[in-house]
Write a protein that binds this ligand. Structure first.
Ligand code: SAM
Ligand code: SF4
Length: 476
C-alpha cells in the first residue's frame, strides 16, 4: 500500500478494474444520451472559463450527436488551443531501437507469434547512424521505442538514453529523450530516470477490461492491472512527466475517452497533477496482423476529430500528441483542435532513418500515414501560421509539468513558450531549412515579433540575433 492505494507491483493473476469504474462509465454514457443543447452549450461555456470538466460533463460531450453542436465543440476547442497555447507545435521523432517482444498483443506487428516480422535491435554503431541521420535533419527531441523483452532491461534503456545525449553532430544534438517502453518496477524506473528521461509513456491500449484480456492473451502485458498502475510506479520513482494513451479501434471510442479521463483524475487525486501528455493513436495496418487491417471498432475521421476536441475541452492543461500514424490531411484538420505535439519526418523501421531498407515494413510495428520529410512538414506548418518548436527549455531547467504552467500561470506562454519556440525555430532555419522553408519561416518570425509589445519584442529580437550569429541553444 502506498498513500492508501494498492499497487500491483507483481503481475496480478486476478486483474481488477482498478480506478476505471466500468459500471459507472456505462451508466454515465447511458444517462447522458440525447443531451439538451442548452446543457451542451453550458459545458462549452464552462470550458471557456478554463474550468476542468467532470466525467459527467465529458460524457455529455461524447453523447452530443447534433452536427451543429459538434461544430460548436470544434470551434470552442480551437479557441482554447489558440487562447491558452497560441500557435506553437512541438516537433519530435520516434526512434525504434528494437522490435524483440515476448508479448502477444494481437494488433501489433511486433507480437511474438509474428513469424513474418524481421527481428532487429540496433547495435551501437547503428544507433549512431540513426542519430546522425536524425540530427542532420534538425531533430532535437526523440521518443525511443522498444518492444518488451528481457534484453531491454532498465539498464539497457538507460544506456541507450545516455548514448543519445552523448552524441554530437556539429551543432546537431538531441536535447530531450522520451521513452515508450513496457511499464517498469519502481526500481527500474529509477534507473531510467538517472539517465535524464523526459516523459515516460505507457498506453493502456484499451481501458475496457474484458477487451484487454482478449487482446493480450499472454506475456507480462496480459495483466491489465499491472499496466494500469504502470505510470503510478514511474511517478513514485520520481519521473514527473508521464504520458498516457489509448489505442483507438480496439473498443468503443467513447468508453476509451472516459478511461483516459478517469486515468487523469486518478493522477490528479493521487499525485496532485495530471499526466503530462495524452496520446490517442488509431490502429494502423501492420505486417501479417489481420485485426489491424480491420479494427473491431474502427474510428471514422469525423469521430476522431470529435474525440480530439473532447479531450482538449475536458483537460485543457494536458499536452496532446498526434502521431504520423495519421495521413497528412487529417493531421492538418486535427492540428488546430488542440494538439500540442506531432512527430514529423518519422520512420519506424529499425535502422530506417540511416538506410533505405526494402524490408522496412517487415521490421515495423505498423505502417505510417504521414511519411513526408521534416522540412516539408515544417514548411507547411509555417505556411499555415504555426510556429514549429523544438523547445526543450522547461525540461532542461527542471520545470516539470510545463503544460500545467502554460495553462495556469498568466503570461507563461507569451513570456516563455512563444519566445523559446521562435528561438528554436530560428536555429532550425539557420542550420537545416531548405530555402523555401527559410523564407516562410523568416516571414512568420517577423509577424510574431510585430505582434509583441515593444519591450518583449526588443528582448526576443536580441536573442534571435544571437541565434543568427550561430549561437546555439539560446533559451529562456
Ligand atoms: N512494447 C511497449 C508497449 O507495448 O507498451 C512499448 C511500445 S509499443 C512499441 C508502442 C505503442 O504502439 C503501443 O503502446 C500501441 O499503442 C501502439 N501500437 C501497437 N500496434 C499498433 C498498430 N497496429 N497501429 C498503431 N499503433 C499500434
Ligand atoms: Fe510487444 Fe508492445 Fe507490440 Fe505489444 S504493443 S506486441 S508489447 S511491442
Amino acid at each position: 500500500m502506498v498513500n492508501g492505494v494498492k499497487i500491483a507491483n507483481e503481475l496480478s493473476k486476478n486483474d481488477t478494474e482498478g480506478f476505471i469504474p466500468h459500471q459507472e462509465i456505462y451508466d454515465l454514457l447511458e444517462k447522458t444520451k440525447n443531451p439538451d443543447p442548452r446543457e451542451v452549450r453550458d459545458i462549452l461555456a464552462k470550458t471557456m472559463e478554463r474550468e476542468r470538466l467532470s466525467t459527467y460533463e465529458t460524457a455529455v460531450l461524447l453523447n452530443t450527436e447534433d452536427p451543429d453542436l459538434i461544430e460548436e465543440m470544434f470551434q470552442t476547442a480551437k479557441k482554447i488551443k489558440q487562447q491558452v497555447y497560441g500557435n506553437r507545435i512541438v516537433l519530435f521523432a520516434p526512434l525504434y531501437v528494437g522490435n524483440e517482444c515476448i508479448n502477444g498483443c494481437v494488433y501489433c506487428g511486433f507480437r511474438v507469434e509474428n513469424k513474418e516480422l524481421v527481428r532487429k535491435t540496433l547495435t551501437d554503431e547503428e544507433l549512431n547512424n540513426e542519430l546522425y541521420a536524425l540530427t542532420s535533419r534538425g531533430h532535437k527531441r526523440l521518443i525511443v521505442v522498444f518492444g518488451e523483452h528481457p534484453m531491454y532491461s532498465p539498464e539497457y534503456i538507460a544506456g541507450v538514453i545516455n548514448k543519445i545525449y552523448e552524441f554530437k553532430n556539429g551543432p546537431g544534438e538531441i536535447r530531450r529523450v522520451n521513452v515508450n517502453a513496457a511499464p517498469q518496477t519502481v526500481e527500474g524506473y529509477k534507473t531510467i530516470k538517472e539517465a535524464g528521461i523526459g516523459t515516460f509513456q505507457v498506453f493502456q491500449e484499451t481501458y475496457h477490461l474484458p477487451t484487454y484480456k482478449k487482446l493480450h492473451p499472454h506475456g507480462p502485458k496480459s495483466s491489465y492491472t499491472y499496466r494500469l498502475y504502470g505510470l503510478d510506479r514511474a511517478v513514485m520513482a520520481g519521473i514527473d512527466d508521464v504520458g498516457i494513451g489509448a489505442l483507438f479501434g480496439l473498443y468503443d471510442w467513447k468508453f476509451e475517452v472516459m478511461g483516459l479521463m478517469y486515468h487523469t483524475k486518478h493522477f490528479e487525486e493521487r499525485f496532485g497533477v495530471g499526466p503530462h501528455t495524452i496520446s490517442f493513436p488509431r490502429m494502423e495496418p501492420a505486417v501479417n496482423t489481420p485485426i489491424a487491417e480491420n479494427p473491431p471498432y474502427r474510428v471514422s475521421d469525423y469521430d476522431f476529430k470529435r474525440l480530439i476536441a473532447i479531450i482538449r475541452l475536458s483537460v485543457p492543461y494536458t499536452g496532446m500528441i498526434l502521431t504520423a500514424r495519421e495521413a497528412p490531411e487529417i493531421r492538418r484538420e486535427a492540428l488546430d483542435m488542440g494538439v500540442s505535439q506531432i512527430d514529423a519526418g518519422s520512420s519506424i523501421g529499425i535502422g530506417s532513418y540511416s538506410e533505405e531498407d526494402p524490408e522496412e515494413v517487415k521490421k515495423s510495428q505498423f505502417i505510417l500515414g504521414d511519411t513526408r520529410p521534416l522540412d516539408d512538414v515544417i514548411y507547411e506548418l509555417a505556411s499555415n501560421g504555426y510556429i514549429p518548436s523544438f523547445c526543450t527549455s522547461c525540461y532542461r531547467a527542471g520545470r516539470t509539468g510545463e503544460h500545467f504552467m502554460e495553462y495556469a500561470i498568466p503570461g507563461f506562454v507569451k513570456n516563455f513558450c512563444t519566445p523559446n519556440a521562435l528561438l528554436t525555430f530560428q536555429e532550425y532555419l539557420m542550420d537545416y531549412a531548405s530555402p523555401k522553408t527559410k523564407e516562410v519561416g523568416e516571414t512568420l518570425i517577423q509577424r510574431e515579433l510585430n505582434e509583441m509589445p515593444e519591450g518583449r519584442r526588443h528582448m526576443v529580437e536580441g536573442l534571435l540575433e544571437r541565434v543568427k550569429n550561430h549561437e546555439h541553444d539560446v533559451r529562456l
